[in-house]
Structure formats: C-alpha cells, structure tokens
Ligand binder design. Structure first.
Ligand SMILES: Cc1cc2nc3c(=O)[nH]c(=O)nc-3n(C[C@H](O)[C@H](O)[C@H](O)COP(=O)(O)OP(=O)(O)OC[C@H]3O[C@@H](n4cnc5c(N)ncnc54)[C@H](O)[C@@H]3O)c2cc1C
Length: 354
C-alpha cells in the first residue's frame, strides 16, 4: 500500500451559531476546494490537504490533515483567519490540540529589490531577488507584499496561539498589500510585480508609492503564494482593470496552446495597453476609461454582462476589478446559474465612497 504521511491537528471553535458558521465556511470555500456537505458536517479537500468540520454541542470540531508540516500550519492559519473573519464582532474562540509554532510563518519569503522600471506610464515593474523561487512556479499567483518601516530592521509575522497571523505592531508595523506575481524568472531567481500607479488626489497610496520609490537592495517580504492559480479550463473569459492586468497577462502567458481566451480589459487610455503574449488563442478588447462620458463608472461591468450573455456555458469566467463592478458581475453570474466551480470572481480594490 502507498501510505502517504499525514500531518494532523484538531481544533475546537466556539462560535455564536455553529450551524450558520458552517454554512459560511462551505459558501466561501467552494471556489477554493472540493466541498462535501451534509447537515452537520463538511469536508473540504484541496491540494493543501483536508479539513473536516463537524457541528457538535454548538461547537465546531475541526480536523486538519495535510501532506507536510508546512501545509498543516498554513491550513491552520487559513482556517483561523477565515473563522474569525466570519465571526466578525460576535464572540468567538478557537483553540488547537498543539500550540502554534512561535517561529515566523512558513510561507514568508524575504526578497530584495533588484530594479524598478515603468512598463507603461502608469504601470511600474519591480523585480525582486528571492533565495528560492520554486514555490512561485506553477501554482497560486498572488502574494501579500510586506514592507518594513523605513530605516528599521524588518520583523516578520509569526503565529498567534489561535492560529491567526501575529502581525508586528508599533514601530515594527508592516505595510501589507496584495499583488500578483507577474512573472517568475527561475534562472535569475527573480520575481516580478507590476504596480499600478493609480492616481489619487489627497489620499496616500502606500503600495503604489513603494514601487515608485523602490531602490535596489531594499528589503521586503512576500507572504504566499495563495489565492488561486491557472483556471482548469479550455475556454476563458477575462474581465478586469489595470489591477488585474498582471494576473491576466500571466495566466494568458502560461495557459496551454489549446486554450481559447477572450479578454475585456479596462485601462486609462491606449498608452496603458500591453502586449499579452500567449501560445493559446487570445482575443483582447481594450476599454479606455479616459474616453467614457463624465460620471460613468460601470462600463466594464456592463461589458462583462454582455460577454457573459453570449459566451458558451462551459466557459471559465475570470473577473477581477473594483468591488462594486465585481458585485454586479457576481450577481449576474448567479442569476444565470453559472457554476461557482467555473469562475474566479474577486474584487481587487475598493473605490472610496464619494
Ligand atoms: C488578489 C489580488 C491581486 C492583486 N494584484 C495586483 C497587481 O498585480 N498590481 C496592482 O497594481 N494591484 C493589484 N491588486 C490591487 C491592489 O492590492 C490594490 O490596488 C491596493 O489597494 C493598492 O494599495 P495602495 O497602497 O496603492 O492604495 P490603498 O492605500 O489601498 O488605497 C488608496 C486609494 O487608492 C484607491 N485605489 C486603490 N487601488 C486602486 C486601483 N487599482 N485603481 C484606482 N484606485 C485605487 C483607493 O480607493 C484609495 O482611495 C491586487 C489585489 C488583489 C486582491
């Protein structure tokens, strides 16, 4: 028999309403894992391992089983962060059979800025060197970029006893923003991130500013990768703005030759368009925000609805842009009964309320 070694951990959660938290867990993880559900039980399976969660005596009994210690710790953190997020302001407790290791998180990668250059007038590419780029090859695409305060030796996050991330505080507080690994240069041991220099009047844009000011030799860290990889599909509809352009470009570049792709991408103007090489077939339509009538914000969402209405049913729908546009696209996909397993729909940024 081919016995695969399993690393296991048990947890007990005390939410206000265990049943509705199990509902939320299943609802959320269906886009990231294979979810099997009975009334009081859920089994979540992904390449990271399995999580079985049972409602008993108004508690959630959690059993994690993963192929490595690292995967186990990452699964614990993922479950813990999600459960506390679902609990919101309500009272919630979570404990584990083993204490969380006190060292730094296992998926932290310290990186050093190699160079920074403009790809287009508003897209700045920062290349980072990294001791081991292999975790970034062929898997999840996204990371949390961690930038230490200027002039301070970096302190990277560890674990809290409940499994959540223990973020450094006070003078060691990190700037944390989510980005996509645009490309991995295995030979040079480099990772590229493209940062939109988004115009914002009167508000700070720390993530964009990091890229604007990045200097060779500057230290940062990447937490991840995570957040989804290449769609397992032969036909893909992409809808996105500049924040999604790095992900669309990377997916298009890495999909196999028999993939048919259509992309609707909103950028400021023609100067922000980029070549999107792919061995598959890719049909790109660029929308120019600068040409929109004043006050109109939702042309991308409208174009998404039109494209969804005319696509083949089995097409994988990949949408990432501003929160409201994403909400409207998600509602439209739901109204059409599009399978949740056949979509990636994520908001990448949020417009300030006007
Ligand atoms: C999974 C994922 C992957 C992402 N990948 C990338 C990537 O590869 N490249 C990239 O540039 N971004 C990417 N983003 C988006 C990026 O995380 C956000 O734009 C982030 O808010 C930028 O941080 P900031 O410090 O520059 O601005 P913030 O401090 O977050 O916001 C400051 C102001 O800028 C506005 N703002 C923020 N983002 C945008 C935007 N994109 N367009 C217009 N206004 C904006 C906000 O409304 C606010 O008014 C990704 C997001 C996610 C969730």
């Amino acid at each position: 028999m081919n016995a695969v070694q399993q690393f296991t951990l048990s947890g007990i959660a005390l939410p206000k309403d265990a049943g509705s938290m199990l509902d939320e867990i299943c609802e959320h993880f269906v886009e990231h894992a294979d979810v099997q559900r009975t009334e009081d039980f859920a089994l979540l399976k992904s390449k990271a391992g399995t999580a079985s969660i049972r409602v008993q005596d108004r508690k959630l009994l959690i059993e994690l089983a993963c192929p490595s210690e690292k995967a186990l710790q990452m699964s614990r953190t993922s479950i813990a962060e999600h459960l506390f997020y679902f609990a919101g302001e309500e009272p919630f407790e979570l404990s584990w059979s083993e204490p969380a290791p006190l060292s730094v998180l296992p998926n932290i990668h310290e990186v050093t800025v190699v160079s920074a250059e403009d790809v287009t007038p508003h897209m700045r590419r920062v290349k980072f060197s990294c001791a081991d780029v292999t975790p970034f090859v062929g898997g999840d695409l996204h990371v949390r970029l961690l930038v230490p305060p200027k002039g301070r030796h970096p302190v990277w996050p560890g674990f809290r006893a409940d499994g959540r991330v223990a973020w450094p505080e006070g003078e060691d507080e990190l700037l944390v923003r989510i980005y996509t690994i645009r490309a991995v240069d295995v030979e040079r041991g480099e990772l590229w991130i493209d940062f939109l220099q988004h115009p914002a009047s009167g508000v700070r844009t720390p993530g964009a500013d990091f890229a604007r000011d990045a200097q060779p030799g500057q230290l940062a860290a990447l937490l991840g990768p995570g957040g989804g990889g290449l769609p397992a599909a032969k036909s893909i509809l992409f809808v996105g703005d500049e924040s999604a352009l790095p992900a669309i470009a990377r997916i298009a570049a890495e999909m196999p030759s028999d993939t048919r792709m259509q992309a609707i991408i909103e950028v400021l103007d023609a100067a922000e368009e980029q070549p999107l090489p792919s061995v598959g077939s890719l049909d790109v339509r660029w929308l120019h925000r600068k040409a929109y009538p004043a006050g109109l914000k939702s042309i991308l969402a409208e174009e998404a609805r039109k494209a969804i209405s005319s696509m083949e049913e089995e097409t994988f729908v990949w949408i990432a842009c501003e929160k409201e546009d994403v909400r409207s696209a998600r509602a439209f996909l739901k109204s059409r009964g599009h399978s949740r397993k056949n979509m990636y729909v994520a908001w990448y940024w949020e417009r300030d309320p006007t």
